[in-house]
Ligand binder design. Structure first.
Ligand SMILES: Cc1ncc(COP(=O)(O)O)c(C=O)c1O
Length: 396
């Protein structure tokens, strides 16, 4: 019994973490392939992150956005150095980054009558009213309507449809280069390039929502890089603060002049302690060889998952992903597989009903990837989650 509002389905009580491992209140240890839903890129208890937090907390925890602080200014510089000439706005979460991006796009577009937002089928951008308005799943949106008007959903990977939707009224087009909640769907490079061209031709802004797929998750620092495009706006959060709440919006420098004092703000956005942690994260992500290792480990995992698909074709329909962001589309529901893995000491999560989502910490060891594969093989070999012939239920 708990006094917490029951909007999450949960039962485990987590007490500590180290590396890719989490320990619950009963003393059980789990290999965590959810990584705080993509937050704990450097795993748990990273000593440099912990010491940066301690050091900054003892100097200054908060001073408000009425003043500059050194860690926040340095972090903005680090993000711009790693991306493109831009101005940075800090937030506390993914949905707030998206919310800010919507406002910036409106602020910029309103003068020329651009008020509409285009997003994609399967996309997820957050739970606050603006971000929810461009989130695809009916189940999330319907109970809260009416939402922000003038939003349209375009079929995924359909440039023809996008051409029909993006026009002189479009303020911005929001895309996740790899859809997370939508089932780990990788946007093909030519689709991203086509969208970028369409935006340039029509004057709409292109927003790359990298809250889940950004900051090293796909093996590149930013997921848009793969398509050699430069978005107008990038939204970030999840791993940015090393586990502390921190998000950011990068707005292309030439556009930043449209935003004036008072146009937007946030009491906590850009907290110096979170920024100090984030400087460690950015340093690690941009240090030589780190992303190459993510890519290599991802390739090893992908190879093995593909082999697993060949071994269990009745249970695995598709394996897709990039870097260390994978979706395993099953023929039956993913929940029994998640439960089967947990019984074997592995935590993972779903992305939709039939997709098992893997987001291990970027620092996961090869031996830990192998442990996961052994447990996953065991779950599948027992027929767990297998859809029974004749439309019956699933083997639990
Ligand atoms: C692509 C994307 N955008 C936005 C969000 C919202 O982030 P938050 O839960 O931090 O508000 C998420 C969360 O999963 C996400 O995956």
């Amino acid at each position: 019994m708990t006094t917490l509002l029951p909007v999450y389905e949960r039962d485990l009580v987590i007490v500590s973490g180290k590396g890719a491992l989490l320990t619950d209140s009963a003393g059980n240890t789990y290999l965590d392939f959810a990584a705080g839903i993509g937050v704990n890129g450097l795993g748990y208890g990273n000593s440099k992150v912990v010491s940066a937090i301690k050091k900054q907390a003892s100097r200054l925890i908060h001073s408000s956005n009425l003043y500059f602080t050194e860690p926040v200014t340095r972090l903005a510089d680090a993000l711009v150095k790693a991306s493109f000439p831009a101005r940075v706005f800090f937030t506390n979460s993914g949905t707030e980054s998206v919310e800010a991006a919507i406002k910036f796009a409106r602020r910029i577009g309103n003068a020329s009558g651009r008020t509409e937002l285009v997003a994609f089928e399967g996309g997820f951008h957050g739970r606050t009213m603006g971000a929810l308005s461009i989130t695809w799943k009916e189940k999330y949106r319907a109970p809260f309507e009416p939402l922000v008007p003038g939003t349209r959903f375009c079929p995924w990977n359909d440039l023809g449809a996008a051409k029909g939707m993006i026009g002189p009224k479009t303020a911005a087009v929001f895309i996740e280069p790899v859809q997370g909640e939508g089932g780990i769907r990788v946007a093909p490079e030519d689709f991203l390039q086509g969208l970028s061209d369409l935006c340039r031709e029509t004057g709409a802004l292109l927003v790359s929502d990298e809250v889940q797929c950004g900051l090293g998750r796909t093996g590149a620092l930013f997921a848009y890089e793969r398509a050699h495009i430069r978005p107008d706006i990038v939204t970030l959060a999840k791993p940015l603060g090393g586990g502390l709440p921190l998000g950011a919006v990068l707005l292309r420098e030439e556009l930043a002049g449209a935003l004036q004092v008072g146009d937007h703000g946030s009491t906590f956005g850009g907290n110096p302690v979170a920024a100090a942690a984030s400087l460690v994260i950015m340093d690690r992500l941009t240090s030589g060889g780190f992303l190459g290792k993510v890519e290599k480990k991802g390739k090893m995992l992908l190879r093995n998952l593909r082999a697993m698909q060949r071994k269990y074709p009745k249970q695995i329909r598709d394996v897709r992903g990039l870097g260390l962001m994978f979706g395993i589309e099953l023929t039956g529901p993913a929940s029994p597989i998640v439960a089967g893995l947990r019984a074997r000491g592995i935590l993972a999560t779903k992305a939709g009903e039939k997709v098992l989502r893997l987001l291990p910490p970027l620092v996961v060891k090869r031996s830990e990837l192998r442990s996961f594969l052994v447990a996953f093989d065991d779950v599948l070999s027992k027929g767990i989650g297998m859809q029974l012939e004749g439309g019956g239920g699933a083997v639990a």
